[in-house]
Design a binder for this molecule. Structure first.
Ligand code: MIC
Ligand code: SF4
Length: 641
């Protein structure tokens, strides 16, 4: 069979649908993962569906986001998740074990397998050749019942890598170069598949840095082939038995091709406040910096921290800044301790934080007022760091470590020789912070532990044929889920309590929104292009729904958020003519005739006495799900049958 890696994996997993870009296809899902911030909701939904045990080959519940325990809420959620894993046959990764994507890559990901995860950076596993997609928690709950996951058949973009990265330039610069070319919505509806002679020059964790941050282009996923480098990595992780070769055929055809010569790349940075705003570091070097943070699921592998350690060796972190480090996993830390390289980090003055997401999601490590913070992370949306007026730049570990020494943003090529790093032939395998699934005969009697922060799921009624209400908010292009439903140390612990968390919807954009929405008994959100980019958090749909929002009308949507809106019974509509966006204002009274959602939709603006045409990309199934009030009632009915 000829084909790309993407086609080969989809062909092996397709259950329903037509193979043509834009057509809906249903895929069998082999593996799922969740993390704690989206997991509590996903498992509340899984419980509500009512099947006795997960039906996937492997499902893992990780704890890595809500690890700051300032009161009972987060630790209660962790106990709930642990009891769920024991009751329903999941692997459980205990807090402190590491970041879900890094751990999954080290211990569970396999070439050729499908994986969906309730986290938008699930494509990290594409670095090993998994077809790994980020999804809302409810879609992951449904996949755990053994039902397929539906995607729009993607356009397949081949990224032809040639050459070899020069010293001081690393995988982060490859994905920043991709973002420079296609920006934060250039990947929507697409899979970014890497191929070409440059692939073999990149290790699996380097490939994973690239597929991880492919999310920031809006792509459905990113994937690398599985080759001898993949095999060596899996053998070193004692997972060699699960390796399979998976390469594109010589005559594979891509819908589009992007050429990247690795030898020509240079250190790049994403400027505030978008991962798509890219400039060479040399053009902005010299900027005074107050914080450097190394870590996150993009750049916290052993390779990344080794390079940072060896750059910092014998130096002290500059007086004017703080350096924090969040290792990706305990395996990374155990290696750094064994090799002695942890000492270089500690001696240089780095603040070694937990093996968790940490500052990446505003869980500690907020920068000072107006600070410039240089981070190896994947997102620099305004306010996400916890400090609204901070300026966040996204860079490679090489740039971050060089900057930590110099105190100003530094092109690492200005340092002396590139330090050699030695990677182990064999990784230290210590799985003692994973709790394995219980056998069915023991798991059935496990009691679920629920703390007072875990509130029951709200119920939503079926939608009427005509939606009425006021425009509750009107926002611009590229609104992120961090704008809609912020995270951070104060709000993240409320993820299993919808009434409470809904008080923070649009907090940084318009803090009056929740009260206004409740006061007006719901209404509409109007937005621009790429509405809902960023995270997979379904709370960005669930909480507005709780406040009474029944439709979001925008120029275009980001993929995961669109699916989440449908899942919770909010109708996602787009302007047929984008210019109509201008004709609607905050407070306008609208009537939207959705009918059976089989065709276009009419909007009557009662305030302006004007009619406009709206459209949508809903399949028949989506329409059915929306009309009955969301995916949970739909799936419950299906399972009951
Ligand atoms: C993120 O990076 O924004 C998160 C936190 O990992 C989210 C998930 C969440 O909101 O819990 C994601 O990327 O999906
Ligand atoms: Fe965690 Fe940040 Fe990765 Fe999201 S992007 S999973 S918050 S490390």
């Amino acid at each position: 069979m000829t084909g790309t890696v993407t086609e080969k994996i989809i062909n092996e997993h397709i259950i329903e649908g037509k193979i043509a870009p834009g057509e809906e296809v249903a895929l069998k899902i082999d593996q799922t993962l969740t993390q704690d911030a989206t997991g509590t909701m996903a498992y509340l939904q899984f419980e509500a569906i009512g099947i006795p045990r997960v039906k996937t080959e492997l499902s893992v519940s990780y704890v890595d986001h809500n690890t700051l325990q300032t009161d009972f809420k987060n630790p209660d959620d962790h106990r709930y998740l642990q009891s769920i894993a024991r009751r329903y046959g999941l692997h459980f990764s205990r807090p402190g074990n590491g970041i879900c994507h890094q751990l999954h890559l080290e211990r569970f990901a396999c070439p050729g397998k499908t994986l969906i995860g309730s986290d938008s950076h699930t494509p990290t596993a594409g670095g090993i050749g998994s077809f790994a997609i980020g999804a809302g928690g409810l879609d992951v709950a449904v996949a755990m019942t053994g039902m397929p996951y539906r995607i729009k058949y993607p356009t397949i973009v081949g990224i032809n890598l040639t050459g070899k990265l020069p010293d001081w330039v690393s995988a982060k610069d490859v994905i920043l170069e991709v973002l420079r070319r296609i920006d934060v919505k250039g990947g929507v509806g697409k899979v970014l598949e890497y191929f070409g002679p440059g692939v073999k020059t990149l290790s699996v964790p380097e490939r994973a840095t690239i597929t991880n941050m492919g999310t920031e282009t809006g792509a459905t996923t990113s994937v690398f082939p599985s080759d001898e480098v993949t095999k060596a990595f899996m053998v070193a992780q004692e997972c060699g038995d699960h390796w399979v070769p998976l390469e594109p055929d010589a005559d594979a055809e891509y819908d589009e091709i992007i050429e990247i010569n690795l030898s020509e790349l240079e250190p790049l940075a994403a400027l505030p406040h978008s991962p798509g705003k890219i400039k060479p570091v040399r053009e902005i070097a010299g900027l005074e910096v107050q914080q450097v943070a190394i870590g996150s699921c993009t750049n916290s592998s052993l390779r990344d921290l080794k390079i940072a350690a060896n750059i910092l060796k014998g130096h002290t972190v500059a007086d004017n800044l703080h350096l924090s480090i969040n290792p990706g996993s305990r395996q990374v830390v155990e290696h750094l301790i064994e090799s002695g390289e942890m000492r270089y980090l500690v001696a240089a003055g780095a603040r070694i934080l937990e093996n968790a997401c940490g500052p990446c999601i505003g869980m500690g490590g907020a920068p000072s007022s107006h600070a410039v913070s240089i981070r190896t992370f994947n997102r620099n949306f305004e306010g996400r760091s916890g400090t609204k007026d901070a300026q966040i730049f996204l860079v490679s570990p090489e740039v971050a470590a060089a900057t930590a020494i110099k105190g100003v943003l530094t092109d690492p090529r200005d340092l002396n020789d590139y330090p050699p790093i030695e990677m182990p032939q064999q990784f230290i395998i210590n799985d003692n912070m994973f709790i394995r699934p219980l056998p069915p005969e023991e798991s059935a009697s496990v009691e679920i532990v629920r703390g007072p922060n875990i509130k029951p799921l709200p119920d939503f009624p079926p939608l009427p044929g005509t939606l009425e209400g006021e425009v509750l908010i009107k926002v611009e292009d590229n609104i992120t889920t961090d704008h809609i439903m912020p995270a951070g140390a104060k709000i993240l612990p409320l993820r299993s309590n919808i009434p409470e968390i809904s008080k923070y919807v649009f907090e940084a954009v318009d803090p009056g929104f929740p009260a206004r929405a409740l006061d007006k008994s719901g209404g509409f959100i109007i937005g621009g292009d790429n509405y809902g980019q960023g995270s997979s958090r379904e709370h960005a749909a669930l909480a507005p729904k709780y406040l009474g929002v029944n439709a979001v009308i925008v120029k275009s949507f980001a993929r995961i958020h669109l699916a989440n809106l449908i899942n919770f019974g909010i109708v996602p509509l787009t302007f047929k003519d984008a210019a109509d966006y201008e004709s609607i204002a905050l407070g306008d009274k609208l009537e939207v005739f959705i009918g059976d959602l089989r065709s276009d939709v009419k909007l009557r603006n009662l305030t302006k006495d004007k009619e406009i045409e709206l459209t949508h990309s809903l399949s028949q199934l989506d329409a059915e799900i929306l009309k009955i009030g969301g995916k949970l009632p739909w799936v419950k009915a299906k399972v009951a049958k």
